[in-house]
Ligand binder design. Structure first.
Ligand SMILES: Cc1cc2nc3c(=O)[nH]c(=O)nc-3n(C[C@H](O)[C@H](O)[C@H](O)COP(=O)(O)OP(=O)(O)OC[C@H]3O[C@@H](n4cnc5c(N)ncnc54)[C@H](O)[C@@H]3O)c2cc1C
Length: 183
């Protein structure tokens, strides 16, 4: 299996596939996860998935912690009203202790490490990725000025929001269909 994009989705998927015994290669263009304007927590329903996939410890070990209350202060709400409207995050979903507070780069790094520990091969700093869809898809990518080619059973595009189709010649509509996980 080839997973393109080693963010939160790609590394989580790679971990569970590798744990299930699949040979997985993950291709990530960044060598260091850049801090972007992103949220700093995983909402309760994301935590439920994290628990289901047995990935919670990776994020807690990386400095994540549970948040049980968030006060929705803003410019238009009176602080007293905001403080009265605190949602009980530890009671949102059964078995979910709250929202999990962790930065996006730290979460990505921790989950990447988990994928590697589970047996996935993680290649960071890849350049152009080209996917040739079909029954036996082919993935070509550049790494350290060398073009590599992988033949695999399945390619999953987790490089959201931009798909990894760097070559203008490629028919993106076909590639997108062929590159995504069908089931
Ligand atoms: C402003 C903002 C705030 C947000 N706040 C929250 C929040 O509070 N809580 C929350 O749970 N979610 C939040 N999100 C959403 C959260 O960031 C995404 O749901 C999550 O990161 C999606 O994971 P992903 O793996 O699909 O994408 P990403 O985490 O973005 O990972 C995609 C990976 O693919 C790589 N990539 C991209 N193109 C290529 C390529 N061509 N080849 C190889 N690799 C490639 C990228 O480098 C990246 O590592 C927020 C998003 C934004 C934009």
């Amino acid at each position: 299996m080839v997973v393109v994009g080693d963010g939160i989705a790609g590394s989580s998927l790679a971990t569970v596939l590798a744990r299930d015994g699949y040979q997985v290669v993950v291709l990530e263009r960044q060598t260091t996860y850049r801090d972007k304007v992103r949220g700093e927590w995983l909402a309760c329903w994301g935590v439920a998935e994290l628990l289901r996939l047995d990935l919670e410890h990776a994020l807690l070990d990386a400095g994540g912690c549970y948040v049980t209350q968030v006060v929705p202060y803003d410019e238009v709400t009176d602080p007293t009203q905001a403080e009265a409207a605190v949602p009980p995050l530890d009671q949102m979903l059964p078995g979910v202790p709250g929202a999990l507070d962790i930065g996006h780069p730290e979460a990505s790094e921790a989950l990447t490490q988990t994928a590697a520990e589970a047996g996935a091969t993680v290649v960071r700093g890849v350049g152009d990725v080209e996917i040739e869809p079909g029954d036996a898809p082919v993935v070509r990518y550049e790494h350290d000025d060398v073009i590599h080619e992988l033949r695999c059973r399945l390619v999953v595009n987790c490089a959201a929001p931009r798909p990894p189709f760097g070559r203008p010649r490629l028919d993106n509509r076909r590639a997108r269909r062929g590159g995504r996980c069908p089931d």
